[in-house]
Design a protein around this ligand. Structure first.
Ligand code: IPT
Length: 926
């Protein structure tokens, strides 16, 4: 067989695809330590397949694995571009090829007398093309990296010393169909198993478990590859013949309440165990329904990723992903852009997530060829397209969690996609077909878009005649996504809009010895897309980003609305029966209240406290669930019970201290030009006007950042024009970028107070400033020892004008280090919003309190904006000996311009005449 890896044909020698089944037939797991040899090319002799070939000099490699993650070759990242010439079906000449060998004996109970009997060798995932031999006999080859493949091998097996040889090519014709935005990672990365096939086997099963919401009854019918009997003891179903239906009262399966019934299907030779969930997906009047109720998909896109193992995920990681999704109010997942490991879908069934199961298909790189010869419309590729869809649907058809089949991603359009849709509908009429690239909706059942703006989303939701969803939105790259709440409000408002899937679940940062987490370019790839692969809600080590906390808030299944003396609680999905309601008043007290399952209005507690007082209501789990413990907070909301007292900046004045060439006011000292030189007896600097921020990914990739660079916001110069020392110390400056006649007149008025000093900053633009600015702030440098920050404002996590939904008003404490959000590519982060006051104190509790006449945004760092902007990986940030403190009275929103719309108009920031006042007072220990 020559050049099978450069052929349109998807494989040879394989068995027909079938469901992933749990069977009582013996199964031998062939994962473990294999022998391995890497070659730079594909056209090698196949002598290694001979059983007596001597592999004792070879390396060893765990299977499942990607070999580049074990030091053999390098990972490589491109988003859209193919990292080889577009010349289908030819893969590149440089084609790393991994030969794998595994020797195994059959377990004693496997043998049927002297013979091994029938058996099937199964590969659950190999990237990108494998040729397989058993005991020296070639079985065939296959492509379709994230799809299963089986071979009949019983006739080749011996009781002892079976030699399995697998040649894996990194590149193949199949690579043209696998241009997903992720690392290119070759290898046998999912399980390899040998499955005994008994006499009278049960090779395939197709469960149909519908639910009629008008009667409350479920209808079960199991189609099977051989006559078999079906039992579901909990439903009193015993010995139902395959092919015949029975209707009984059932509880439905839903993401909120994933009720499963254990079932068995039995032939004389084999018993298969299934978990059956009853649910019917339908489209009525353009609304996507499950069990007669609108499907509200509050989803995420999930790639399979682990920082050490790539797509060879440990089971515990898959489970952790599903649990974390559930705990963050995510109820749906799109398996972008390939069928996941089958165990992941079992977890979705068990724990409850609606799934869009996507075929392993993407030809995005043809974009750079103007979509010329795009495989989606080239007849030679048709069989490969159908083969991929068959293997997806056949493997996964029994999962109640799957509600839509997706043909693939970003493959433009064409007859082969239409053929996939036709085949799918014919094989499984119970699930609608999704594919975003069919813009005309010629062969799909739902209208899907990615990164539509809020305006477009509203417009499509209004005019569409069929269900509409955003298969990708809210690009979670770096700091962000901004504008999430506004999207979810649109989903809630439009019945035909079934919701959306945030892009994406996790940053694909690979653990790296020097860089901590690597992204594109860190392996010297000649062509790469940098940190565009770092765009998840989780950091690579699966700690949460602020974006994930915002998703949790935006996707809450409970809504609260407040009247002056009451709160109304309404379920947004499901009902309130599993929840307990609590309230806290800070400072004040705590309590609980009852709400009927369908929702209701409850009086608010009466609280008599002075000052600014907030009520927080919490919906928490009443009892342990499969995915979180009792007490886990599902939803919350806040309501201000008492307005703030007048800001204390107008405390009694005291005289300005003057010495030769120096001034003093409260804790502050100034040089003769009026420059701040000391605070609390320690060196300090500032204030300096700041209009720039270290660019977020959204700033940088969106075009606004270029505007900021062009305007020179990052290189403002300052001129001291005048200092007037009277009752107050008034310092007039002009701040302006080089090469421009624009400027800003900034007046700092320092008013001495009793042991304190108030600062009023007057800002007056000169010349036109038509573009948005990044922020309007003053920056100070303070001693590095003041690294304990307490504040009354939004927290505990960061917030920007259009992010920070998860940040509630309260009193918080964090060290300066804890205030930093460790984005993998460093960028603006860590701002705390709506700060009424903050203290910065040393270990003993001594330091400074900064109170705003109006709430302000606070950012405290151990490095400068310039250093933050220059760092490409977070371990390059080195703490200095002082703090950089920025106090802003406005920031431009975050938006999602790295992929999608920028900041919504009401979160834009423009420079205009402004005045704000801050009070600085010493804080003493204790
Ligand atoms: C879209 C892709 O579908 C997804 O895989 C990912 O690359 C995402 O963008 C960006 O991170 S395609 C884009 C052209 C809208």
């Amino acid at each position: 067989m020559t050049n099978y890896y450069a052929d349109f044909v998807p494989g040879a020698g394989r068995r027909a695809p079938r469901a992933a089944l749990t069977s009582d037939a013996p199964c031998l797991d062939l994962s473990g330590t294999w022998r391995f040899r890497l070659s730079p090319r594909a056209d090698l002799p196949d002598d290694f397949s001979a059983p007596d070939f001597d592999d004792s000099e070879w390396l060893v490699l765990p299977v499942p694995s990607h070999w580049p993650l074990y030091g053999h070759g390098m990972p490589a990242y491109t988003n859209v571009a193919y990292p080889f010439p577009i010349d289908p079906p030819h893969p590149p000449e440089d084609n790393p090829t991994g030969d794998h060998r595994r020797v195994f004996d059959l377990p004693a109970d496997w043998l049927d007398g002297e013979t091994a009997g029938e058996a099937v060798l199964r590969f659950d995932g190999v990237e990108s093309c494998a040729r397989v031999w058993l005991n020296g006999t070639e079985l065939g080859f296959f492509t379709g990296s994230r799809l299963p493949t089986e071979f009949d091998v019983g006739h080749l097996l011996s009781p002892e010393r079976n030699v399995l040889a697998v040649r894996v090519h990194q590149w193949s014709a199949g690579s043209y169909l696998e241009d997903q935005d992720q690392w290119w990672l070759p290898g046998i990365f999912r399980g390899v198993t040998l499955r005994r096939r008994p006499a009278e086997p049960l090779d395939d099963v197709f469960v149909h478990a519908d639910y009629d919401h008008t009667t409350g009854e479920g209808t079960l019918r199991v189609d099977a590859a051989a006559p078999a009997r079906v039992s579901v003891s909990e439903l009193g179903i015993a010995d139902l013949a395959t092919g015949s239906a029975v209707t009984v009262p059932v509880e439905t399966w839903s993401a909120e309440s994933p009720r499963l019934y254990d079932a068995t299907v039995t032939t004389p030779g084999e018993t298969v165990s299934l978990r059956v969930g009853f649910r019917t997906v339908s489209i009525v009047d353009g609304v996507l329904l499950a069990n007669g109720t609108p499907l509200a998909l509050r989803g995420v896109n999930r790639h399979e990723f682990h920082p050490d193992f790539g797509r060879a995920l440990p089971y515990e990681t898959m489970r952790a992903d599903v649990l974390a999704m559930k705990q963050h109010n995510i109820n749906a997942v799109r398996t972008s852009h390939y069928p996941p490991h089958p165990a992941f879908l079992d977890l979705c069934d068990e724990l409850g997530l609606w799934v869009v199961d996507e075929c392993d298909l993407e030809t995005h790189g043809f974009l750079f060829a103007g979509w010329r010869d795009n495989p989606s419309d080239v007849p030679q590729w048709r069989e490969s397209y159908l083969d991929r869809m068959r293997r997806t649907v056949e493997r996964d058809k029994n999962h109640p969690s799957i509600v839509l089949w997706s043909l693939g991603n970003e493959s433009h359009t064409g007859a082969n996609l239409a053929a996939m849709a036709d085949w799918t509908r014919e094989r499984d009429p119970s699930r609608p077909v999704h594919y975003e690239g069919d813009h005309e909706c010629a062969y799909v059942d739902v209208h899907s878009e990615m990164y539509a703006s809020h305006k477009e989303t509203a417009a499509i939701s209004e005019r569409t005649q069929i269900p509409f969803l955003l298969c990708e939105y809210a690009h979670a790259m770096g700091n962000g996504p901004g504008g999430l709440a506004e999207y979810v409000a649109l989903f809630d408002a439009h019945p035909r809009c079934a919701g959306g899937f945030v892009w994406e679940w996790i940053d694909h940062g690979l653990r790296h010895p020097e860089l901590e987490f690597a992204y594109g370019g860190d392996y010297d790839e000649p062509l790469h897309d940098g940190n565009f692969v770092i765009d998840g809600l989780l950091f690579p080590d699966r700690t949460s980003s602020p974006g994930l906390l915002d998703v949790k808030k935006a996707y809450e299944p409970v809504r609260f609305s407040f009247a002056p003396d009451a709160v109304t609680v309404t379920p947004a999905r499901g009902d309130l029966s599993g929840l307990r309601f609590e309230w806290t008043v800070e400072p004040g007290g705590v309590g609980t209240f009852d709400v009927p399952a369908a929702g209701g209005t409850v009086s608010l507690p009466e609280v008599r406290t002075e000052g600014e007082v907030w009520l927080t209501v919490h919906a928490v789990l009443a009892a342990d669930t499969a995915w979180a413990r009792a007490g886990h907070e599902v939803a919350w909301a806040q309501h201000r019970l008492h307005a703030p007292p007048p800001a204390p900046v107008a405390s009694p004045s005291s005289p300005l201290r003057t010495h030769v060439g120096k001034y003093g006011a409260g804790p502050a000292t100034f040089d003769g030009t009026g420059r701040l030189v000391g605070l609390l007896g320690a060196p300090a600097g500032g204030p300096r006007l700041r209009l720039w921020r270290p660019p977020t990914d959204n700033d940088r990739i969106g075009r606004l950042y270029e505007t900021w660079l062009g305007t020179g916001l990052h290189r403002l110069t300052e001129r001291f024009d005048e200092v007037v020392a009277g009752d107050d110390l008034v310092v007039r400056t002009r701040v302006a970028p080089a090469a421009s006649d624009r400027g800003v007149r900034v007046t700092y008025t320092w008013s001495p107070r009793d042991r304190a000093v108030a600062l009023t900053v007057g800002v007056e633009p000169e010349g036109g400033w038509p573009e948005p600015i990044a922020k309007l702030a003053v920056a100070f440098t303070l001693p590095g020892t003041l690294d304990q920050v307490r504040w009354f404002g939004r927290g505990p996590s960061e917030s920007y004008p259009d992010t920070g939904l998860a940040a509630r008003v309260g009193r918080f404490h964090a060290s300066v280090d804890e205030l930093q959000t460790p984005y993998i590519r460093p960028q603006e982060n860590g701002r705390r919003a709506d700060v009424r006051w903050a203290t910065l104190t040393d270990a003993a509790g001594a330091g400074l309190k900064i109170t705003g006449a109006e709430p302000y945004g606070l950012t405290v760092r151990r490095w400068s904006d310039t250093e933050l902007a220059a760092a490409t990986h977070r371990n390059q940030l080195v703490a200095g000996d002082h703090l950089e403190v920025s106090i802003d009275v406005g920031q431009h929103g975050i938006g999602t311009a790295s992929c999608g719309p920028g900041t919504l108009p009401n979160y834009e920031l423009f420079l205009k005449k402004t005045e704000f006042t801050l009070l600085f007072e010493p804080v003493r220990p204790g």
